[in-house]
Write a protein that binds this ligand. Structure first.
Ligand code: GLU
Length: 547
């Protein structure tokens, strides 16, 4: 077979050569050890936690080493593409602090190694496709869908491996004439790799996360170019990561089964193999067993979920870092205020089996993060959240920013800040009672007669003095307790509850319910200071009117 003639027949208009491309995309002049890596998502419009895990790993590896992180859009599957997906992707990743030095941007390309959208690179792939054909390492295949499924059925019936290989590779050794005839008839074709691998052979491979792996040679003549001339993931991966001078490929471990083919392809093309960082899946507990997070079953897989729940970006970032590197938490404890970029990230510390996503842990991390913020920052972020997800509450917060900030300042600062909030969504249930519009009617314990409650609230109002300090205020509550025959001696009460009609805690709860509508709230004296005299009195009065 005259493979050169075949190459010219298949790619008559491809005049560039690998040499001209090498010149056009020169080696990057980077210091020793600088990691050049990329994110290469498909623009499906769905950005998930796995993207963030992969994005943070790539970002840390690139920037920590003084290297480069670029974005390549893998849009070879036009069917899966959603309009606006690239914009969503870039903005979402930016929101989580992942900035690209180079690559696809919302309105074009930034960098000399582009185009960074694969569909715009068809001619580049054809240069290497032509080279492989000319060297006898690739050939066109005209099999129809029906022929391929008949082949698969036969293989299944014979209990053989499925796929286009060995004796099943129907177009592997056809003559130039046969191929020409098919082309002249206008029949569609794909370009296949001519594999010389043998599944009886195994070889060792070192992955930066998985360690040393024993892998089996590939014997399948995989498709390189689809019938529209657009490459498959495999071929585009080899060509792009070579020409874009990627040193490290960070990707999900669902690509491990085709890794032997990728290695083979890099070799056939004469490319240096990059280092691989294969990340395990994100899992969750489902009952007592673990399973992969699923797009269909688990809303928490989507990054939009965290925004809608109101997890601060800082919290999600911190949590992912604790997932990725188990020593991050200890480092954080020792360096509570240091920027997370000071942490020495290592892909070797990633769990090869993947990570268990733990919602409760995320909430804990988030409570810590929010507790570290000052009232000003909490106000800003809460407003940002409510403006998008709860405009009503946002309006209340904006109507009197100082009032809102004084509420948000409760328990903040100091050595042991309160850890009340894990998400901005929880803010309204937590502090909404400060606003009359969200105040709930109290539900008093039915074991106390309304007359008794009335007498407590009456006494509270008649002795209430806004200038009291917290001790004086509490002494008055104790006095009321004794006046109605309840005890202030909690120890004695605990020893013999039946001896008492009630305690100072019951009295406090009655007052708390009247003022806040809730049985739990931040320190009640502090609450009354923020509400102010008029509002406190009005609330108690209103409740009295209903009793
Ligand atoms: N488009 C591929 C994916 O989304 C990229 C894998 C890679 O990073 O090479 O899985």
């Amino acid at each position: 077979m005259d493979t050169l003639a075949l190459a010219n027949l298949l790619f008559p208009n491809t005049t560039d050569t690998p040499e001209t491309l090498e010149e056009r995309f020169p080696c990057r002049n980077m210091p020793e050890g600088a990691v050049i890596t990329r994110m290469a998502p498909s623009p499906t419009g769905f950005v998930h936690l796995g993207n963030l895990v992969q994005g943070l790993t790539s970002e840390r590896m690139a920037h920590q080493s003084g290297g480069i992180l670029f974005l390549r859009v893998e849009d070879t599957d036009a069917k899966r593409e959603v309009p606006g997906a690239v914009e969503v992707l870039i903005n979402t990743l930016k929101h989580y602090g992942i900035h690209f030095d180079e690559g696809a941007t919302i309105d074009g390309d930034n960098g000399i190694y582009g185009p960074y959208r694969q569909r715009q690179r068809a001619e580049i792939y054809h240069v290497y496709a032509k080279k492989l054909v000319a060297e006898g390492m690739a050939y066109p295949c005209f099999c129809t869908e029906e022929q391929l499924s008949a082949m698969r059925e036969k293989q299944e019936a014979n209990k053989e491996n499925t796929g286009y290989y060995g004796k099943y590779a129907m177009w592997r050794d056809r003559s130039l004439e046969e191929i020409r005839e098919q082309l002249e008839a206008g029949n569609p074709w794909v370009l296949r790799f001519r594999s010389t691998g043998n599944i009886a052979n195994q070889f060792k491979f070192n992955d930066l996360v998985k360690g040393e792996l024993t892998v089996t040679e590939n014997d399948i003549d995989h498709v390189l170019l689809k019938s529209d001339g657009i490459p498959t993931y495999h071929f585009a991966h080899a060509v792009d990561d070579h020409l874009m001078r990627t040193t490290h490929v960070v990707r999900g471990d669902e690509w491990l089964p085709t890794l032997p083919f990728h290695i083979q392809l890099f070799k056939a093309l004469g490319f240096k193999l990059p280092k691989y960082v294969h990340i395990g899946p994100l899992m969750k507990m489902d009952g007592t067993s673990k399973r992969k997070l699923s797009k269909r079953k688990d809303p928490e897989l989507a990054l939009t979920y965290y925004k809608a729940e109101g997890f601060p970006v800082e919290a999600v970032y911190e949590y992912i870092m604790t997932l990725l590197n188990s020593n991050y938490e200890d480092w954080r404890r020792a360096n509570p205020t240091a920027p997370s970029t000071d942490f020495k990230f290592s892909p070797k510390k990633l769990n090869p089996a993947g990570n268990l996503f733990d919602y409760a842990k995320l909430c804990d991390v988030s409570k810590n993060e929010i507790a570290k913020m000052d009232a000003e920052k909490v106000y800003t972020l809460l407003l940002e959240y409510t403006e998008e997800f709860d405009p009503d509450f946002a309006a209340a917060l904006k109507a009197d920013p100082d009032y809102a900030k004084s509420i948000l300042a409760i328990g903040r600062g100091g050595k042991k800040p309160r850890k009340d909030l894990a998400t901005w969504k929880e803010a309204k249930p937590y502090m909404g009672f400060f606003y009359d519009a969200y105040l709930q009617a109290p539900e008093f314990d039915s074991k106390f007669e309304p007359a008794l409650i009335r007498s407590v609230l009456d006494k509270y109002l008649s002795t209430y003095d806004y200038s009291d300090d917290s001790n004086t205020w509490f002494n008055k509550v104790k006095a009321i307790t004794e006046e109605i025959g309840f005890t202030t001696d909690m120890k004695a009460y605990k020893a013999d509850p039946s001896a008492y009609a009630g305690t100072v805690a019951d009295v406090s709860t009655m007052i708390r319910l009247a003022i806040t509508g809730k049985t739990n709230s931040p320190d009640l004296y502090t609450v009354t200071r923020i509400l102010g005299y008029d509002r406190t009195v009005a609330r108690v009065q209103n409740v009295l009117n209903t009793l």
